[in-house]
Design a protein around this ligand. Structure first.
Ligand code: ADP
Ligand code: MG
Length: 698
């Protein structure tokens, strides 16, 4: 039997392997590159590459690839074999430092938002030594960043690494002010909880909507859904358990710290949570996790759906981004400490996050914006599209007392003073949990819950890291100038609470009244992707990213265009798929059922002129009339699509048209089609239905 210990990290070129296989001096130099970002010279790279190759070949690898994360949201790879021909017509296996450090994938088909056209035709990939190389199948995968020759980021990793540097720079300034000299670097850490659905592959293959769009575009509710809450944390079915075991093992081999697997709220829905690690590695690992989920599901005759809303009427899938800030000495900066001094520091970092979330609500919203996620946010199953923060009663009371210079609690005789008092430990148990908040403090970390299940977590963390870096920058600017550190610190914390407390909301985020209340507080409510994307280019946001060298204005523009274009394309494919399904499968099927009913009436009357044909006749009437309706709505959707192709719209106008006109027409078409499904003989329905899909895996 394979134990975790036996398999964990066996396919990773990790620190242990490096120590074992690299000459001491090479290992040291590589460590300096990994930990301090020092340049790696060619000679050293050659030695590392060679060791990597030997290790990979021993593990059965034949190829290598630069593994990168273009803006498609999934990972890309192009495999090259290790073989190099020799003069005598044979081959040797080679892998040079140059091949390790830099690659040149034919990248012209990856979205660049016009970046490559404006600057350079080619893109290149550059080794990211802070994320370990690993073996997948027979290929050595080298995590890389993907840039244009002008240096513009064409991927999700480059800006993520830049944002980690930004928060490191500013957090170090703040720590220095607190007199901390032992810390040499600060990193953000992330543990992403991943939700997904599993359906029978055989059924999946029969549904064009799932096949082309990842979600069902038609389908009447099954008699049972999630109302009994009997699936949540329920017993895992054998097939699913086998899938999870397999998945865990494969993830462990890749060094992914898969920890908990359980059933989620909706039938057929599950969740995987890993143990947290640094943001960069967590992002790579989450991409790998999503990829492996899909691959391993197939081996079990299943399909893993990562779409945010595969089924109407049952919960969709999200991803919870648990985020914190840690020092290289192992201290979690969002953990209240044991001394007044540590607590003051905790409060300052907490305030940095509060300010960041308030100042950059728009960017956080944008970081989770996608066509799929628009179906979840604000739909009473996921946080609303309004960004707010949950801090829990106790912490909120403490902040209140600081804000008002009042005494905290009943035992305290004195006023609450930063840097003088010890904070209570905040309960981490379920009693103080708020499941409806988009951004919740959970004792020693924040849980950002708005992410969609298929999102790369890079986007959300780029914004979080950069926005918090900006708060810290402003704080450090003030504190570095101050003559009396403690009193400036107190004033700064107090002022930040005053200025930003509107973002704190401990109530029920699903409640209608919150929408009104949030509006009164001046919080943004950006409901859809086209609503929020234009905020990306607001001056304050461009300034933020430029100042911290995370994105240039050009890179922002490019990303904005890619996101808009992607949104429109997704809706287009969905609309066309609907028209296709309606015309080719559904209308003919419903019509065939009507014909059968009519034939039955004829047969019944022939046998017995007085026969009761109420069922048949009423259904014929009802379904025929609904089919007429459905036919019209299908045509309407088609007309809208045609009309769009004749309009000279900008990208934004196009996206808005899809969001307003097309989505509405799709909803109306679906409503009538689903109504007919409810009246039609099951055997005439051309696809596996909701009951089959949701309860089919046994
Ligand atoms: P909870 O019960 O609050 O959800 P868990 O301990 O189950 O807490 O953690 C949920 C996720 O948060 C896990 O992926 C976990 O690794 C992650 N996590 C815990 N501590 C941190 C931290 N300091 N930084 C980032 N993620 C963390
Ligand atoms: Mg959680």
């Amino acid at each position: 039997m394979n134990t975790i210990k036996n398999v964990f990290g066996t396919n990773v070129f990790n620190d242990t392997v490096m120590k074992e296989r690299l000459p001491k001096e090479t290992y040291k130099q590589l460590q300096r590159t990994i930990k301090e970002g020092k340049h790696l010279d060619n000679a050293v790279a050659n030695v590392v590459a060679n060791a990597m190759k030997d290790w990979a070949i021993e593990k059965g690898a034949t190829h290598f690839t630069h593994w990168f994360q273009p803006m498609t949201g999934i990972t890309a790879e192009k495999h090259d074999s290790f073989i190099t021909p020799t003069d005598d017509g044979r081959v040797i296996l080679e892998f040079s430092g140059k091949e390790l450090i830099q690659g040149e994938p034919d990248a012209s088909s990856f979205p660049s938002g016009g970046l490559r056209a404006t600057f350079e035709a080619r893109g290149y990939t550059a080794w990211d030594p802070t994320s370990y190389a690993f073996i997948k199948g027979k290929t050595l995968c080298i995590p890389t960043a993907f840039c244009s020759y002008g240096g513009e980021a064409l991927d999700k990793k480059t800006p993520l690494l830049r944002s980690m540097e930004a928060i490191n720079r500013q957090a170090m300034r703040v720590l220095k002010l607190f007199g901390d000299t032992s810390v040499t670097s600060v990193k953000t850490t992330v543990g992403p909880e991943q939700e997904y659905f599993l359906v029978e592959k055989e059924m999946f293959d029969k549904r064009p909507d799932l096949l082309y769009t990842g979600r069902t575009l038609f389908g009447a509710k099954s008699p049972k859904g999630q109302e009994l809450d009997d699936h949540y944390f329920g017993t895992i079915k054998t097939r699913v358990a086998e899938f999870m075991e397999d998945l865990d093992e494969e993830l462990w081999k890749l060094g992914v710290l898969a920890k908990t697997e359980h059933n989620e709220v909706a039938p057929a829905q599950h969740e995987l949570a890993p143990i947290f690690t640094t943001t960069n590695i967590a992002t790579d690992h989450n991409q790998l996790t999503m990829e492996l989920m899909q691959r391993i599901a197939k081996k079990h005759g299943l399909v893993c759906l990562l779409h945010e809303k595969p089924f109407e009427g049952v919960n969709g899938s999200g991803k919870h981004n648990n985020w914190s800030i840690s020092t290289n000495t192992g201290k979690n900066l969002l953990d209240p400490g044991d001394t007044p001094h540590e607590n003051a520091q905790f409060l300052l970092f907490l305030c940095a996050v509060i300010k960041a979330v308030d100042d950059y609500q728009d960017l956080l919203r944008i970081s989770v914006a996608s066509a799929g996620n628009d179906h979840r946010l604000g739909a009473n199953e996921a946080p609303p599209a309004i960004v707010s923060m949950f801090l829990g009663t106790e912490l909120t009371e403490i902040l209140d007392s600081i804000e008002k210079d009042e005494q905290y609690g009943t035992k305290e005789k004195e006023l609450w003073k930063v840097g003088v008092h010890i904070l209570p430990r905040f309960p981490k148990d379920a009693t103080d949990r708020n499941r409806t908040s988009p951004f919740a403090f959970t004792g020693n970390k924040f849980e950002f819950r708005m992410l969609g299940s298929s999102d790369s977590i890079a986007g959300a963390n780029i914004v979080l890291n950069t926005a918090v870096a900006e708060s810290l920058r402003q704080f450090a600017d003030v504190l570095e100038q101050s003559a009396d550190f403690n009193s400036s610190l107190h004033d700064l914390i107090q002022q930040t609470i005053k200025d930003h407390k509107r973002i704190i909301f401990n109530g029920n985020g699903y409640d209608e009244t919150w929408v009104e209340e949030a509006e009164k507080r001046g919080l943004l409510n950006l409901r859809s992707t086209p609503d929020c994307l234009p905020y990306f280019m607001k001056e304050k946001n461009v300034k933020l990213f430029e100042q911290h060298r995370v994105f240039s204005a050009t890179e922002i523009r490019a990303r904005y265009e890619i996101l808009l274009d992607n949104y429109s394309k997704i809706l287009h494919i969905e609309a066309v798929t609907m028209v296709d399904m309606a015309n080719k499968d559904l209308l003919p099927a419903y019509s065939a059922f009507v014909k059968q009913l009519s034939d039955t009436v004829v047969a019944k009357k022939a046998a017995m002129p007085e026969a009761d044909c109420r069922y048949e006749q009423e259904r014929i009437q009802k379904i025929s009339s609904l089919c007429g309706d459905m036919f019209e709505k299908t045509n309407r959707l088609e007309e809208l699509l045609t009309a769009l192709s004749q309009k000279g719209y900008t990208e934004l106008e196009r996206a808005q048209y899809y969001q307003i006109q097309i989505l509405d027409a799709m909803t109306k078409l679906r409503a009538v089609a689903d109504k007919i499904e409810g009246l039609t003989d099951r055997s005439f329905y051309p696809y596996p239905n909701y009951g089959d899909l949701l309860f089919g895996v046994r």
